[in-house]
Design a protein around this ligand. Structure first.
Ligand code: FAD
Length: 460
């Protein structure tokens, strides 16, 4: 039996018994069958049962609830959406761009509300997110970011901070300013995933763990096919994010990328006095030492490195979780941000996979004609976005008339990724371009005169 505690500090400290629930034992029929007990699958189950408590819902999970990215992420439950307001406006118009952002604000709040209503102690605290600029180029970027929100009339949710104001939030070496997004919360993600799993069970869903879906059929009576029987349903929901690339029918729909986090020991009062960061905002920054940070409820710093790697042919294995070179980079980056922690001890390190669709636009769609619903493609910004998926899919499946069902993600289909080895080569090219660009920025303070491949791909 696997020791699931070792997959992240969050799972280890989730306060829950990680012994797997019973697997599926023979074929069954339900109204809705959901592949995956991560945030997307669990939020979909939760909101479906809120809309219609009479539904029979089965969640089928290969490992345990919260095993995937949901139990391992940086705990940024914030309104960031993988596609920028400018790109959304260009593709779908200003009203849709605004509607997506407003729905994301609601998602951050919905996570907090459900935690409270269901008694889930996920250490949720809504203090916003801070993007720290540590070079003139990064300052330009956060200013552009602010202007993008102003262009859709939502600037009240954000604030640009100068160096002094940024330092009032927290003392980061070489900070020259910050972008404060008020619509963000910190969470202990595994507590949220495990708590949600218990909540959906209380509301009537059944979760089958240790049951891998190997294929699915479509049509008026679709089913999830597993090694332990089939789950026949009216609707099946594919909520496996990066892992969906393992299913032959979806292999080119989503690309898995790794991300890694290191964790310090609990800091002492003097260290916290020097750093500040009293409000526990989630914090990030770009550049070669960029990352996504969390101030945990027990007084540690989690530092997630922006060193995403794509495993050739999308092979997801446990080995991907342990990249000592990336961990070492992340430890050094932590000290680069907080030189006062030069002697700190790092106690944990882990990794996981998130999914990227070819056009970076998430899909939250239900096709009544083939019985398939899916929520996926969050490009590493899925903690709050998966809650939106759950609410959108629940409304679509139960035919609830709501503004959520007209969001652009509901009629979206991402193009396929290129076949190998083109995909691998393309990823390497973008990664190299990104590294080169970061180095130029750090040497000169500015981006190269010509827009780089990385900028074109990442809106960077
Ligand atoms: C290290 C890391 C840090 C991150 N940090 C952040 C962050 O701070 N903020 C943020 O917004 N996002 C972050 N993300 C992304 C975010 O965690 C994900 O987007 C989100 O958790 C996706 O939820 P999900 O339920 O769609 O997928 P997952 O949580 O990956 O869940 C999918 C589930 O489906 C199961 N499954 C897959 N295939 C099958 C199958 N064939 N049969 C049965 N079960 C299957 C898996 O075992 C898994 O439990 C991070 C991701 C990683 C890896």
């Amino acid at each position: 039996m696997k020791d699931y505690r070792r997959y992240s500090f969050w799972l280890e400290s989730s306060g829950d018994d990680l012994t797997p629930r019973a697997p599926l034992d023979g074929s069954i029929s339900v109204d809705v069958a959901i592949l995956g007990a991560g945030f997307t699958g669990l939020w979909t189950a939760y909101h479906l049962l809120q809309r219609d408590p009479s539904l029979t819902v089965a969640v089928v999970e290969a490992e345990i609830a919260g095993f995937g990215a949901s139990g391992r992420n940086g705990g940024w439950c914030f309104s960031g959406f993988p596609v920028s307001p400018e790109q959304l406006t260009e593709a779908y118009g200003i009203d849709s761009a605004r509607a997506v952002q407003l729905a994301m604000y609601d998602s951050v709040d919905d996570v907090g509300k459900v935690c409270q209503e269901e008694g889930i102690d996920a250490h949720y605290q809504k203090s916003g997110s801070l993007e720290i600029a540590r070079s003139p180029y990064q300052l330009e970027r956060i200013t552009e970011h602010f202007e993008a929100f102003r262009s859709i009339g939502l600037e009240d949710h954000y604030e640009l901070l100068d160096a002094e104001q940024a330092t009032e939030h927290m003392n980061v070496a070489r900070s020259v300013g910050a972008f404060w997004n008020k619509e963000g919360a910190t969470v202990q993600p595994a507590r949220l995933a495990r708590g949600l799993a218990h909540a959906v069970e209380r509301h009537g869903a059944t979760i089958y763990e240790q049951t891998r879906v190997t294929d699915f059929t479509t049509g008026p009576a679709p089913s999830l096919i597993t090694e332990r029987g089939n789950v026949n349903a009216r609707v099946i929901v594919l909520a496996g994010e990066a892992y969906l690339s393992r299913l032959p029918k979806l292999r080119r729909q989503i690309m898995p990328f790794t991300s890694h986090i290191v964790l310090t020991e609990p800091l002492n009062d003097e260290q916290w006095r020097q750093i500040g960061w009293e409000r526990r905002e989630v914090v990030g920054g770009s550049g070669t030492t960029g990352g996504y940070l969390n101030h945990t409820a027990d007084g540690r710093i989690a530092f997630g490195a922006y060193r995403a790697r794509y495993p050739f042919r999308a092979r997801i294995t446990d080995d991907l979780d342990r990249r000592e070179d990336v961990f070492e980079h992340a430890r050094k980056a932590t000290i680069d941000w907080f030189p006062m922690l030069k002697d700190v001890r790092f106690t944990h390190s882990w990794g996981g996979v998130f999914g990227i669709p070819r056009d970076r636009m998430p899909t939250m769609a239900y096709d009544r004609s083939n019985g398939i619903a899916t929520g996926r493609g969050y490009t590493g910004e899925g903690v709050a976005t998966s809650n939106l998926s759950g609410r959108v899919l629940a409304d679509l499946i139960t035919e609830t008339d709501s503004a959520l069902t007209t969001l652009p993600m509901t009629r979206h289909q991402s193009p396929d990724w290129e076949p190998e080895p083109l995909r691998w080569m393309g990823v390497r090219m973008v990664a190299y371009s990104r590294l080169k660009m970061n180095r130029t920025v750090e040497r000169t303070g500015h981006a190269p005169a010509r827009r780089t491949i990385a900028q074109r791909f990442f809106d960077y």
